[in-house]
Design a protein around this ligand. Structure first.
Ligand SMILES: NC(=O)C1=CN([C@@H]2O[C@H](COP(=O)(O)OP(=O)(O)OC[C@H]3O[C@@H](n4cnc5c(N)ncnc54)[C@H](O)[C@@H]3O)[C@@H](O)[C@H]2O)[C@@H](O)CC1
Ligand SMILES: [K+]
Length: 497
């Protein structure tokens, strides 16, 4: 798990590394620029490219000047370096690297006001104006310059963070460089992971600049990033003599007459993710479809609810396609009144909770709520921004002692311990109906199989996104049904590699 940091914490990690490695700050800058250049050379090997580099006079600008020098040394000789000369303030490492650059045969121009800058054709534009030192909205000449650069046609690459984008927290204004590629140092910035950054970040990449990882681990942050290697540490191979009775029995409570499809998707996903047994409590009219689509699943009739043995099940998944009718509401009430192990609560079950907040008290500890943004707001009230939503989710997951899976491009998992994990896998090609139903089935299945709830949620969320990512290499859009078919293969791949 990678701990994610705020801008202030990153600066502290910089300072700590400088003192304790020890390394001169100018050498750390050299190392950062080298890491940037490595990615650059890989992506843009053509030495004939025309490149503009825009630098500020702080350390982000210092990086830009080192990059300019390194590009020259690498044989890029169509590089023009521009310095935004809007204030007297300048950092020591900026100054040092300006002197070093002046010794090369590189053209350096000063911009005193944005209006002086004429439109220049170029292939690539490197943005090293401002980085993590941003402390207010861009105004005056800064704002004009950024808006002007955004109109330039070259491919824009931001150093560390697009100029004007705060590393975390709300946007300060819309005067932000719209970068095509951002190469960030050591960690992705928290805002890269939220939709607010989408007009400014098309693609990002992180490069290691050797900040002290032990120091980073010791800083206190609720935010983590998890990826393949983290999941692979705890995905369990099937054991000799293991049988379906040992791999959990999941009950899926889903579907209404018009939305039987959702019930089939979550039931099939649960089965294909490895639950020993899966029973579907769905409307009777869906029985034939269930038998045709998932013959391995069992059926329990809603008419026999009074005879159900709740103790038979390790976990219940409830909500996909359930509707918000009187009958659905009764079902949710029954489940909450009788089932004391974790429940995975999705879609209409969340909408029903939003209509009757009293029911929240009955949710068993370590249950999982899987809202998308709109369901989240229905349940916890409207929010004006993602940062407000994150604050609520951190609070509510602790208060209710549940996991909240807030679905997004980088799905967030909030835990009862007050942690927020960002999932790294996924693809925009997955944005289609039924994907959430599949995820609910997968989470339910992992809990049924005996994974601790936190691991079950991480495993399901990651492999769901990973399967989508793999299919997106071959498919324009990834339909939920195709993803379901992929699950056992993906789990196997994660297990062995
Ligand atoms: N030793 C370090 O701290 C390292 C820093 N690095 C680079 O340094 C950057 C951070 O550098 P700095 O802290 O010098 O800050 P920046 O270079 O981001 O900004 C420079 C200065 O601009 C001013 N400023 C902030 N917001 C402004 C606004 N809206 N309008 C006008 N002026 C504004 C502030 O006084 C700020 O210190 C990182 O993003 C990274 O690129 C890297 O070289 C790695 C090592
Ligand atoms: K920048």
């Amino acid at each position: 798990m990678l701990k994610l940091l705020t801008a202030l914490q990153t600066r502290q990690a910089d300072d700590y590394t400088i003192v304790n490695e020890p390394i001169l700050s100018s050498e750390l800058m050299e190392r950062a620029a080298k890491a940037f250049i490595k990615v650059f050379l890989d992506r843009f090997p053509d030495r004939k490219k025309h490149i503009l580099i825009f630098c500020g006079k702080g350390n982000n600008g210092g990086d830009g000047l080192v990059i300019s020098r390194m590009l020259f040394d690498e044989g890029y000789h169509h590089v023009h370096t521009y310095i935004a000369d809007f204030s007297e303030k300048q950092s020591e490492d900026y100054l040092l690297n300006l002197e070093r650059l002046q010794q090369k045969d590189v053209s350096i121009f000063y911009i005193n006001q944005a209006a002086d800058l004429e439109f220049i054709e170029s292939d690539l534009i490197i943005d090293a104006l401002l980085g993590s030192g941003l402390n207010k909205a861009l105004q005056g000449e800064w704002e004009k310059l950024v808006k002007k650069i955004n109109k330039f046609s070259g491919f824009k690459i931001s150093v560390d963070v697009p100029t004007g984008l705060p590393c975390e927290g709300e946007l300060l204004s819309e005067a932000i460089i719209k970068s095509d590629l951002t190469i960030a140092f050591q960690r992705p910035k928290l805002n890269f992971l939220l939709p607010i950054s989408s007009p400014y970040i098309k693609e990002w990449k992180v490069v290691n600049i050797g900040l002290d990882e032990n120091f980073i681990q010791s800083t206190s942050s609720p935010y983590f990033w998890f990826w393949k290697a983290d999941i692979q540490k705890y995905i369990k191979p099937r054991q000799a003599f293991e049988h379906k009775g040992l791999l959990g029995h999941a009950l899926m409570v889903a579907g209404a007459d018009e939305t039987i499809g959702a019930a089939l998707l979550c039931t099939e996903a649960c089965h294909r993710s490895g639950a020993g047994l899966t029973t579907a409590l769905i409307p009777e009219m869906g029985l034939r479809a269930l038998n045709a689509r998932v013959p391995e699943a069992m059926y329990f009739s809603r008419n026999n609810l009074d005879k159900i043995d709740w103790l038979k099940y390790e976990v219940i998944g409830i909500g996909p396609g359930l509707g918000v009718s009187e009958e659905s509401s009764k079902l949710l009430n029954e489940v909450l009144a009788n089932f004391k192990k974790p429940i995975v609560i999705d879609a209409d079950a969340i909408n029903l909770l939003a209509q009757n907040h009293q029911l929240m008290k009955l949710i068993p500890q370590k249950s999982v709520l899987t809202p998308h943004m709109k369901e989240f707001d229905r349940l916890f009230g409207t929010h004006d921004s993602w940062w407000e939503r994150i604050e609520t989710a951190l609070k509510k997951s602790v208060e209710l002692k549940v996991y909240i899976v807030l679905k997004n491009r980088y799905t967030m998992i909030f835990t009862p311990e007050g942690i927020c994990y960002f999932n790294s896998s996924g693809s925009p090609a997955m944005a289609s109906g039924g994907m959430g139903d599949v995820l609910t089935g997968m989470i339910t299945s992992m809990i049924a199989q005996g994974y601790a709830v936190e691991k079950a949620v991480q495993l399901a969320v990651f492999s769901h996104g990973y399967a989508g990512e793999q299919l997106a290499h071959k498919m324009y859009v990834v339909p939920a049904s195709n993803l379901i078919k992929q699950i056992p293969y993906i789990l196997r791949e994660l297990m062995v590699k």
